[in-house]
Design a protein. Structure first.
Length: 391
């Protein structure tokens, strides 16, 4: 199913009910309930709100009967918030203000912004309409408490079902929060969490693992399939694979430039880095950032270098070996003017090498920007159970 970028996804609906009991002495007690009756997917999270109407903490809702974590301030109110109609939640980064979606407003671990990488408690990522919902919720509760008569029981309902069914743009109250579909949906290769982000590359919002290397592995496997089926020639595979590697490696470098404090001159050196020239980028990354892209690959170094030079020839010289190619590539079998006959074997081997290089980049990068262990441990446990079941 194709979906439209930035289309709106409605709220899942449901009703929040406040029951306020005021005894004969004027002593007040209230209960908050949530019910959901539609067939739409829904998940529910709890946020602590300050009596003044702003979010101030996440509620860790364990199993039935488990006590919640204490609120950060006395008199905080527990706000129940339901997902969008796909069971997901929209978020807005408090730092870069960009939007994304994930499966939860998590309470046991912080959220990481897919774009700028900032990592803080998830209630800091509430969108403006979600914040309006929280203040509407607190106001409704306060109004009901204010009007309670001694000896009475009163119910006040915030009905998101009625709103979800009837709303047009003009009559929409600002607390009816929806979410906005982004451009790339992916499941994290490290923790398996769902993400929906703008653009293509980003961090997993749950664990902070960057998706770029995994996207390359997937793209190169597709290229490999097209080589096997005869749809792509080996030289086209060389061109496309190197270009895929180039944009992935560039993406990691851009993050390093943005997130690692460094002098302007070093930033400029890295910005000007070309991933076509193996000797240059290998040396620069090793010197600047202690990243060794060809770690453990000394046996394939000459091969990778030759293939990068061939890519240049396929791209710019019609596949005919130039003087420059003969000098730089270390390829002793060809003379200037020869047509390079690329083999499928070389193309396969290049894909393996590029994947290995990007995996090295990926793990060195994540060593600098450590992922959130909680989500990855849960996923590793899950994978272990699956393996045991299938064994
Ligand atoms: Zn951000
Ligand atoms: Zn993840």
């Amino acid at each position: 199913m194709t979906r439209e970028d930035f289309s709106e996804i409605g709220h899942t609906g449901g009703k929040v009910t406040f029951t306020i009991v005021c005894n004969e002495d004027g002593h007040l007690q209230y209960k908050i309930g949530y019910s959901h009756s539609s067939r739409l997917p829904a998940s529910l999270v709890g946020i602590y709100a300050h009596p003044d109407g702003f979010a101030c903490g996440n509620i860790v809702m364990g199993g039935i009967g488990d006590p919640w974590n204490p609120p950060p301030f006395p008199n905080c109110i527990a706000v129940m918030m339901a997902s969008d109609s796909q069971g997901k939640f929209g978020h807005e980064c408090p730092n870069c203000k960009k939007h994304f979606r994930s499966e939860s407003i998590p309470s046991r671990f912080p959220l990481t912004c897919p774009y700028c990488g900032v990592r803080v408690d998830s209630y800091h990522f509430l969108t403006p309409p979600q914040k309006s919902y929280i203040s509407h919720y607190i106001e409704s509760l306060h109004a009901a408490i204010y009007e309670a008569e001694p000896g009475s029981t009163r119910e006040v309902v915030i009905d998101m079902d009625v709103l979800a069914d009837s709303i047009s743009d003009e009559s929409r109250p600002d607390f009816y929060y929806t979410s906005i579909a982004q451009q790339t949906e992916f499941r994290c290769s490290a923790c398996n969490s769902y993400n929906d982000i703008r653009g293509r590359y980003g961090y997993c919002s749950s664990c902070g693992w960057r998706n770029a290397a995994e996207l390359q592995r997937v793209a190169l496997e597709k290229i490999r399939e097209r080589l096997v089926s005869g749809e792509l020639s080996p030289s086209d595979v060389v061109k496309q694979s190197v270009s895929e590697f180039d944009s992935t490696a560039r993406n990691y470098v851009d993050q390093l430039i943005t997130r690692v404090p460094m002098k302007e001159s070093r930033k400029n050196q890295l910005r000007g880095l070309l991933f076509h020239n193996l000797d240059k980028f290998e040396k620069l990354l090793a010197n600047c950032l202690d990243i060794d892209l060809l770690h453990g690959m000394s046996a394939n170094r000459t091969f990778v270098k030759k293939m990068f030079c061939r890519r240049h020839v396929y791209e710019h010289d019609g596949g005919v070996a130039t003087q420059r190619y003969v000098e730089k590539s270390g390829d002793v079998d060809l003379a200037k003017g020869d047509l390079i006959r690329e083999t499928a074997e070389n193309a396969h081997k290049l894909i393996d090498c590029l994947n290995r290089m990007i995996s090295t980049f990926e793990s060195d990068f994540q060593e600098l920007f450590e992922p959130e262990a909680f989500c990855i441990e849960i996923e590793n446990e899950r994978r272990k159970r699956v393996r045991m079941r299938n064994a």
